[in-house]
Write a protein that binds this ligand. Structure first.
Ligand code: CU
Length: 433
């Protein structure tokens, strides 16, 4: 097994399995390849709604190290109507890659000597810089936020020392596409802070036009490990990271012909009807205590355990339910598809947060909660993973395959027309569990 190995996954892309950059499709500098490696050339159709995504390493066993070392970047698909919305463009359209690092005294990255399932840095790290500041003009900006931390969830706010209210962050996009409605985030807004779990994205417009000469701090009120908003996100062992970066507003005179964010008219069409869902699949997020350290599992199994798995039919619309039986939050990511969050809370029937109403590919599942999502499987058949996007959890094996099949949903014993009522509690519906 070569020490240095990588595989690139384009997160959020609708691609064939061979081009998906999956965990065992790695390569090494000496030409050694992983057991699932097929091709050096990935076919990326980019035929899908607009998104700000990322590409990142997905190598089984070391993706946490490769990501922490910086093997990731932005991957943006632009939509045909995007330039008609009146969003800030050019130098006023700013990508922000958020991460947390810990440094040794010589400036090198600190890594724990032994594997720990919960690792976070104590230093804010934005676009490759430690605790940076960004100078803006007094006008509107578009920020594309990506959380590229291995495991840290942020709950972001803008704050200043002067006691004035900071400008709201108007969120208009979740992971992909657009939200149903623009969501003002900040004091007096629909949400107090912007919660963004590992590999989730959020796009916001902030209007600095009334704040010339002021300085704001981007703060984080989420503790680590994150355990949901119920206790304010605090209560973890840390390290805490309360400040991320600074924004300094200049005194320049500027013109601004962008649309005020509260007036944005967002196209949002899922292209499928949640009421068409053929069946619910119930998935559990758990811990297996018979291992040391205790291991995160999905449906009681790790990636290495084999056994049967979900086999949705290509073209089928399905509801997946994620029930979190652990003490920490898990951001669950499905490859290939985008999904809509239709319920959360103790029994999965509470409304999703206002900034979750749009196409997503990562959803945060808090302790004691069941999150329900609906998705339509296509355009490709084959095997893809779904997994926790806390990379340390993923590497423990908190990852399972699903296989998109032609015709009837082979192997699940139900055929293609089932309504799911007879078997609402199994991943695959056969002797798997
Ligand atoms: Cu997890």
């Amino acid at each position: 097994m070569p020490e240095v190995r990588t595989v690139i996954h384009q997160h959020g892309l609708n691609v064939e399995p061979e081009s998906d950059g999956q965990a065992e499709a790695w390569t090494s500098p000496a030409g050694v390849t992983g057991p699932e490696f097929v091709t050096h050339v990935h076919d990326l159709p980019n035929r899908q709604p607009r998104m700000t995504g990322t590409y990142h390493d997905h190598t089984l066993g070391i993706s946490r190290l490769n990501n922490y070392a910086g093997l990731h970047g932005f991957y943006v698909i632009e939509g045909p109507r995007e330039d008609q919305l009146g969003l800030p463009t050019g130098e006023y359209d700013v990508p922000i890659m958020l991460a947390d690092k810990t440094f040794e005294s010589d400036g090198s990255l600190h890594c724990p000597d032994e594997f720990t399932p919960n690792f976070a840095g104590d230093t804010g790290f934005v676009n490759g810089a430690v605790w940076p500041y960004f100078e803006v003009k007094p006008r509107r900006y578009r920020f594309r936020l990506v959380n590229q931390s291995n495991g840290r969830t942020f709950a972001l706010s803008l704050s200043n020392d002067d006691g004035h209210d900071a400008p709201a962050m108007y969120q208009f996009a979740p992971d992909q596409g657009y939200l149903e409605d623009v969501v003002p985030v900040g004091h007096g807004g629909d949400l107090e802070s912007l919660t963004i779990a590992p590999f989730e994205r959020a796009e916001v417009v902030v209007d600095f036009s009334q704040y010339a000469g002021e300085t704001f701090t981007v703060t984080n009120e989420a503790g680590f490990p994150y355990s949901g908003g119920h206790d304010g996100g605090h209560g973890g062992d840390g390290p805490d990271l309360s400040e991320i970066m600074q924004i300094r507003v200049s005194d320049d005179d500027v013109t601004d012909d962008s649309t005020h964010p509260s007036e944005l008219s967002l196209p949002n069409d899922p292209g499928y009807d949640p009421d068409d869902a053929e069946r619910p699949r119930h998935m559990t997020l758990g811990m297996r205590d018979d291992a040391e350290p205790p291991t995160h599992v999905l449906n009681g199994k790790t990636f290495h355990d084999g056994g049967d798995h979900a086999r949705p039919r290509k073209g089928a619309t399905e509801v997946w339910e994620f029930e979190n039986e652990t003490m920490h939050s898990h951001p669950i990511h499905m490859h290939l598809v985008e999904f809509r969050v239709i319920g959360r809370g103790e029994d999965g029937t509470a409304d999703p947060a206002p900034n979750e109403r749009g196409p997503k590919d990562v959803v945060r599942v808090d302790p004691g909660e069941t999150v329900r999502v609906v998705t339509k499987f296509g355009d490709f058949t084959g095997t893809y993973p779904w997994h926790c996007h806390v990379l340390e959890h993923e590497e423990q094996g908190m990852m399972r395959p699903f296989e998109v099949v032609d015709g009837d949903s082979a192997g699940d014993g139900k055929g293609s027309g089932g309504n799911g009522t007879a078997d609402a509690s199994a991943e695959s519906g056969n002797a798997d569990r």
